[in-house]
Design a protein. Structure first.
Length: 99
């Protein structure tokens, strides 16, 4: 008989949900910045909407928030599947998401 394997995918789902949310936010900021470069009128003469102020937000949001969340979610998924076991310390995994 085959044993049914159960994994702790809650933290994986949280990381991948965060990755989707940060991806949408970061890419929307990137689209706004691209539009601002093409049509400078989108700046609206507001200093904090300047390209130089928002570019780091887009860059760090996409690289670290989107990419980091996707990487952590994938790591927690792959570790459980390759080890054929649940997470040893699920509360510590929760801490890596919330902490």
């Amino acid at each position: 008989m085959n044993a049914i394997e159960t994994y702790d995918d809650r933290v994986v789902r949280l990381f991948l949900l965060a990755s989707a949310v940060w991806g949408i936010i970061g890419m929307l900021v990137g689209m706004y910045l691209a539009a601002e470069l093409a049509w400078p009128v989108f700046n609206l003469n507001v200093p904090f909407l300047a390209f130089s102020k928002l570019r780091p937000d887009h860059t760090f949001g996409v690289i670290f928030a989107f990419g980091g969340s996707a990487l952590m979610g994938t790591c927690y998924y792959v570790v459980q599947r390759t080890g054929h076991t649940r997470l040893a310390l699920p509360r510590l995994a929760d801490f890596t998401f919330w902490g």
